[in-house]
Design a protein around this ligand. Structure first.
Ligand SMILES: Cc1ncc(COP(=O)(O)O)c(C=O)c1O
Length: 369
């Protein structure tokens, strides 16, 4: 083909591309955005934290884009060292990967291949479902009537067939943080019988994150693992960074099941903000402010909610929570509806304050309607 013909065809293709682009942009006008909430939508259903990412993380991630051609490699070691230093362990106690959900799946498979997994009848159970789907046996011990953990019953449920017992602390969707002494006593006793997993996704939002965590027991060599995430207090849910801390022996068991790995942008962001105390203080303060607004609105609407140590509140809406969810959705406020048999409870996440205000204002209206 001669050059002029090629140029001509190229121009025609360009014209077609242009008209396709025009069609696409017309479609975009109505299509939801690729990322984040659609304009005018208060997204309060996924426990995201829109106060992140930290400016320090955004700067580092923006810079990291230009090195996107390279595998993250040695940088992962740097993040592991930072995590190890904060928790007083060595890096061989740690795996970092793309979100704690990925690591929880790996843990559920690693232990589920060897025995039965125990947890409760109400927790963030995506990884239990993931393992059950692959044939892993699980046992779910009911929470107490006040939605706290029944640690006596949980410990009693451990049998020689048990390979792991897990607790979500603070729990999702209840928001309840167990007393530091209780979770420590349970983890210590149960870890003498089987591996204990504590999902600490929201622990940094609690008032005493250091004493509430059982990482001190891991330091002392107990058979315990904890998972943490950059999705909550760090506000990086879309960036996908999480980690597990456990004994080197447990880490060696879990590592072969990890499939996700790290991406260099997330890695750069995590390293930049991990110890960004001013940001962490700001993030926590905004979440607490929103939580207090929700608690006040719940009270003035004549409703009750469980005490929350997290960025969400579980509200007893006094009617079917799916109806409340639908009525809120009609006002472009997205919250959670019914969880299993807990039909009157609805979870709302602490988003941006104006969005939380919309929820607070709508609450008395949707329960009356
Ligand atoms: C208790 C709990 N654990 C783990 C996760 C998974 O978080 P990620 O995979 O974003 O780290 C979530 C997500 O909402 C959660 O609520």
């Amino acid at each position: 083909m001669d050059l002029s013909r090629r140029l001509l065809l190229g121009a025609a293709a360009g014209g077609a591309a242009l008209s396709l682009a025009k069609t696409a942009s017309a479609a975009e006008a109505v299509a939801p955005p690729l990322l984040g909430p659609a304009p005018g939508v208060a997204r309060l259903g996924l426990n995201e934290n829109p106060y992140g990412p930290a400016p320090s993380a955004i700067k580092a991630m923006t810079e990291a884009l230009s090195t996107g051609a390279y595998y993250p490699g040695g940088g992962i070691q740097r993040l592991m060292e930072m995590i190890a230093e904060r928790h007083g362990v060595t890096p061989d106690h740690i795996i970092v990967s793309s979100g704690s959900g990925e690591l929880l799946n790996a843990i559920a498979l690693a232990y589920g291949m060897k025995g039965t997994l125990i947890s409760t009848n109400l927790f963030w159970d995506a990884y239990f479902k993931f393992a059950e789907d692959k044939g892993v046996k699980t046992v779910r011990v009911p929470l107490k009537a006040d939605y706290s953990h029944d640690f006596v019953a949980m410990e009693a449920a451990i049998t020689p067939a048990t390979s792991l017992i897990s607790v979500c602390n603070p729990n999702n969707p209840t928001g309840i943080l167990e007393k530091a002494a209780d979770i420590h006593a349970f983890a210590k006793a149960a870890s003498a019988k089987t591996t204990v997993l504590i999902d600490e996704a929201y622990i940094e939002l609690s008032e005493q994150p250091v004493s509430n965590s059982v990482v001190d027991l891991i330091r002392a060599g107990h058979n315990i693992a904890i998972t943490r995430t950059f999705s909550k207090i760090y506000g990086m849910a879309g960036i996908r960074v999480g980690y597990v801390i456990s004994t080197p022996a447990n880490i060696a068991k879990i590592r072969p099941y990890v499939m996700g790995g790290m991406n260099s942008v997330g890695l750069a962001g995590a390293v930049a903000c991990y110890n960004d105390e001013p940001f962490l203080t700001y993030s926590r303060a905004k979440i607490v402010e929103a939580r207090e607004m929700v608690m006040a609105a719940v009270k003035s609407a004549g409703l009750t909610a469980l005490p929350s140590a997290t960025n969400f509140v579980w509200v007893n809406v006094g009617m079917n929570a799916n109806i409340v969810r639908e009525r809120m959705e009609a006002k472009k406020i997205l919250i959670r509806g019914v969880y299993g048999t807990h039909t009157n409870w609805s979870r709302v996440s602490m988003g941006k304050l104006p969005d939380v205000e919309r929820y607070c204002k709508a609450l008395p209206e949707v329960i009356r309607a």
